[in-house]
Write a protein that binds this ligand. Structure first.
Ligand SMILES: Cc1cc2nc3c(=O)[nH]c(=O)nc-3n(C[C@H](O)[C@H](O)[C@H](O)COP(=O)(O)OP(=O)(O)OC[C@H]3O[C@@H](n4cnc5c(N)ncnc54)[C@H](O)[C@@H]3O)c2cc1C
Length: 371
């Protein structure tokens, strides 16, 4: 092992790393686990001296090698930790997971305004991607709710915010690590409800699902497309009202009252089941595209018309989420399960989805597998 001055580095030249996608594999020249911004500066400088890229990696939940490298892999979990929860903000290390952020803020009655469906992804990883959740129609992305960042760029650690180095602040949010390594973040917080009312609203079509998302007033709203028993697809919106007072929106077929903490962590039982079934470890060729609102229903309809459930895999999921600016995120989250379509077929379908999205004026979500 090389001596890197005792800053928590491990030489792993022979290890092959994968991400949640499980499609791209890379052997980093070495893995470094910096524990401070200064150690990130040193690691990036060392990498450059050796002619290597330094690529930050959070929890590796992107799906097409975005967090992988043959150079130096910076394991940002060395920078996990909530440093402070103040009046309406939290100061956290970039490698902190959203689960860890929420665990620290809830005792103060506070929550980040936007949470991803899965909480085991890092602040640095989602701010570098965008970070969309069921509240994004109100609050925008997680990247929109960052007050300030500490970033290693140009050989030193600097702070940036809308008022200080705004160009750097804008470049690193959604920049996939290409404009600097985020080492810490100050996050906006809002009051957390104690309980929520989750309302399931069956919809007739993609257009109806989008209409419900536009018209229903709910703090958290999402849409899902599921295989229908008689063949074809069925559509379902989930409108989640915060607090105890709200009446279910028109069209509600089922309701469920939940503690907010359980609602935020609602994927946990499904993840445990998928891990037990082996589905969590299978390749995940995920197609995720942003669509302009007026063309969204047509693109979703055309994509579903050429798909069968086997094209999605045994545990695949299709999500539809209308965002604050009217854009629609259409996510075809495929799992290459045994007996279903192959990884190559799923990637080809993702490319067709991206072509269709681009023809409609859309674009890809950069952490997917259409690239
Ligand atoms: C089960 C599951 C559910 C998901 N749900 C959602 C969801 O609801 N909404 C949503 O928007 N996304 C969702 N995603 C996608 C996920 O949020 C992104 O892939 C996110 O980037 C993952 O965070 P990570 O910590 O694993 O990042 P990684 O995959 O490790 O990294 C992602 C990218 O960010 C870069 N990066 C990582 N850390 C830093 C840093 N500190 N500084 C600069 N660059 C960095 C990496 O180099 C890479 O390019 C989900 C993914 C999975 C697997």
């Amino acid at each position: 092992m090389r001596d890197f001055g005792g800053i928590g580095m491990r030489d792993r030249g022979s290890i092959r790393m994968r991400d949640f996608g499980g499609i791209v594999l890379r052997s980093p020249a070495r893995v470094v686990r910096p524990r401070s911004a200064a150690e990130v500066v040193d690691a990036v400088r060392e990498a450059a001296a050796d002619g290597l890229d330094a690529v930050p990696r959070g929890l590796g939940h992107s799906t097409f090698g975005q967090s992988l490298t043959t150079g130096v892999s910076l394991d940002m979990r060395g920078l996990a930790g909530v440093r402070e929860v103040g009046g309406r903000h939290a100061a956290v290390g970039a490698g902190t997971s959203w689960r860890e952020v929420l665990a620290a803020t809830l005792p103060h009655g506070l929550t980040p305004p936007v949470l991803t469906d899965h909480l085991d992804v890092t602040v640095g990883g989602t701010v570098s991607a965008g970070g969309i959740g069921g509240t994004s129609h109100v609050h925008g992305t997680q990247a929109d709710n960052v007050l300030a960042l500490e970033v290693v760029a140009g050989g030193r650690a600097v702070t940036c915010s809308p008022a200080e180095r705004p160009e750097l602040f804008d470049a690193v949010r959604g920049g996939l690590g290409g404009h600097g390594v985020i080492t810490a973040a100050t996050l906006r917080l809002v009051p957390a409800p104690e309980r929520v009312l989750s309302c399931t609203i069956p919809c007739r079509s993609a257009g109806d699902l989008l209409r419900v998302q536009r018209e229903v007033r709910a703090e958290h709203i999402s849409g899902q497309v599921k295989p229908s028993e008689g063949g074809g697809w069925r559509f379902e919106a989930k409108a989640v009202l915060y607090g105890d007072g709200g009446a279910p929106p028109p069209g509600t077929a089922e309701t469920e009252r939940l503690a907010y903490a359980d609602f935020a962590d609602r994927m946990r039982p499904d993840v445990a089941e998928l891990v037990a079934l082996g589905e969590w470890a299978r390749p995940h060729p995920w197609g995720m595209v942003f669509l302009p609102a007026p063309r969204a229903a047509a693109v979703i309809g055309a994509t579903l018309a050429e798909m069968a459930p086997d094209d999605l895999g045994l545990s695949g999921v299709i999500l539809v989420k209308a965002l604050r600016d009217g854009t629609v995120l259409f996510s075809v989250l495929r799992t290459a399960s045994p007996g279903c379509a192959s990884v190559a077929e799923m990637l080809a379908a993702n490319r067709r989805l991206l072509d269709r999205a681009r023809a409609a004026g859309g674009t890809r979500y950069a952490v997917d597998s259409t690239g």
